[in-house]
Design a protein. Structure first.
Length: 138
């Protein structure tokens, strides 16, 4: 989906903040972000917004992709995105989490069920202060 400039800027900010939080939560993991049209890290030729790679224990060698995240904004939680991105990401064979605004969770869940897409959903909220908070599962 093509976003207008301010929507794309916000999307990219959420991607960067998510990547940062994931890196803080798990210092052993390598976290790579693909904001906007960046192609910093791929998984099977696809470029999810955030890719988490687990290093091989006791080695500096890179292990396999452990988890991928795709960030959506309110305007991009749609059937088009579900078929164009979410479905292929769910077929990669690693854990997949869809990151959506809290008020879009029900719409995202409906699309996941309708299209048989296997993904977890991580809600986020954008506070008036400008802060972005991810609602991590307990």
């Amino acid at each position: 989906m093509r976003r207008n400039g301010s929507d794309q800027s916000f999307h990219d900010r959420v991607v960067r903040e998510l990547a940062h939080e994931l890196g803080v939560k798990d210092e052993d993991a390598e976290v790579c972000a693909n904001p906007g049209s960046a192609k910093n890290c791929d998984v099977g030729g696809l470029y999810p917004d955030v890719v988490v790679v687990r290093p091989i224990r006791g080695s500096r060698r890179r292990g396999g992709v452990e988890h991928i995240y795709e960030v959506e904004t309110e305007d991009s939680v749609s059937e088009t995105e579900a078929l164009r991105q979410w479905l292929p990401y769910s077929e990669i064979g690693v854990d997949f989490t869809l990151v959506v605004p809290k008020r879009s969770v029900d719409d995202a869940m409906d699309l996941l069920v309708t299209h048989g897409i296997d993904a977890d959903v991580l809600p986020y909220v954008h506070l008036n202060s400008g802060e972005i908070l991810f609602k991590w599962p307990e």
